[in-house]
Design a binder for this molecule. Structure first.
Ligand code: ASP
Length: 330
């Protein structure tokens, strides 16, 4: 993409890829927190999590404390996001004044490229992987995952979609609950292919707008960081954009660049969340097939588990309500 930018901006030099790996291990975790160095922080968090699990019962109060702290942070993000519309207005107005009308056509380019990449991944890569690793019919799969996709599209939240995805893969596709109850919530937490794609495309777009040449190591860093940032993205609306700052900063671009795409992000969030949820279901089917925990007679039956047949008894209903309540809270 060719963009004429009139704004003045000098980049910070991007960190070489080898240093990115070496710096993952923090010499001082508190310093990493103070500086907002995400990768060392993620490393430290994982190590802390493992240690907490190993300590066992004694660590329970601390685990609960961390959960409460997480909830408080999420609330704070919500409060901040509630002023986002005004902030977006100001940012776009400033960007338009500085970069001119061309920005609009460039945004259309960004949206189209991203939607095309997401659709290609959804119908191309994911279906190819499904066929290759499980031999299941992509057509039947797509037909049965539709409810979860529509729900993900309307809520833009992988977490809120968990009950629907679980239902689709177990009742409609015949995956045993022992597999699905692990892979679906796990996938909704860390497997975000759509988000990773958005973060990659968005970073390249921002680099273009600011006229920054990323180069080979820059692109590799973008790929690596997008995957890591998407893993760290919570399955709730808009967080992918917040985590994008991690990728953008890593390649030496200004965080304000994210403001350029804030305005169109909600729609893109809806699409990428559908892709995220489809990815979770594909992996669930592949794992279930390899573990021989997939009932082929259910998978082949196009009518299996359709909503009319759903006959939830009271106990199941309570369970579902509890799951929905928990995911909404989380
Ligand atoms: N909304 C996405 C999800 O829940 C995450 C994101 O990309 O913002 O999967």
């Amino acid at each position: 993409m060719e963009l004429q930018s009139t704004s003045q901006f000098s980049t910070n030099a991007a960190t070489p890829l080898t240093d990115v790996f070496i710096n993952i291990i923090p010499t001082n975790p508190v310093k990493a927190m103070a500086n907002g160095d995400m990768l060392p922080l993620i490393f430290f968090s994982i190590l802390t999590g493992i240690s907490l699990l190993m300590v066992g019962r004694k660590a329970a109060p601390l685990i609960e404390g961390v959960e409460v702290a997480n909830e408080v942070m999420m609330k704070m993000v919500n409060i901040i996001m509630s002023i986002a519309p005004y902030a977006v207005f100001a940012l776009i107005a400033k960007a338009m004044a500085e970069l001119g009308l061309e920005l609009l056509t460039q945004l259309a380019g960004y949206v189209l490229v991203l939607v095309a990449a997401l659709l290609l991944h959804l119908f191309g890569t994911l279906m190819f992987l499904l066929k290759l690793f499980s031999g299941l019919s992509p057509k039947m799969f797509l037909q049965k995952i539709r409810d979860a996709q529509v729900f993900a599209f309307s809520t833009a939240s992988s977490n809120a979609t968990i009950p629907v995805t679980l239902r689709s893969v177990t009742k409609r596709m015949g995956v045993d609950n022992s597999v699905a109850s692990f892979t679906v919530p796990f996938g909704a937490t860390i497997n975000m292919d759509g988000t990773a794609i958005m973060q990659g495309v968005a970073t390249v777009f921002i680099a273009n707008v600011y006229g920054v040449e990323l180069g080979l190591s820059g692109y590799l860093t973008v790929i690596l960081m997008s995957v890591l940032a998407s893993i760290g993205t919570a399955g709730v609306p808009g967080v992918g954009l917040i985590m994008l700052s991690m990728v953008v900063v890593q390649v030496g671009l200004p965080v304000e660049g994210i403001g350029l795409i804030l305005g169109v992000d909600r729609l893109l969030d809806m699409i990428r969340t559908s892709v995220n949820v489809t990815g979770d279901a594909v992996v669930t089917c592949v794992v279930a097939k390899s573990e021989k925990e997939l009932d082929m007679s259910v998978f082949r039956d196009s009518k299996a588990g359709e909503v009319e047949e759903l006959d939830i008894d009271e106990e199941e209903e309570e369970e579902l309500a509890e799951i929905i309540h928990k995911t909404e809270e989380g």
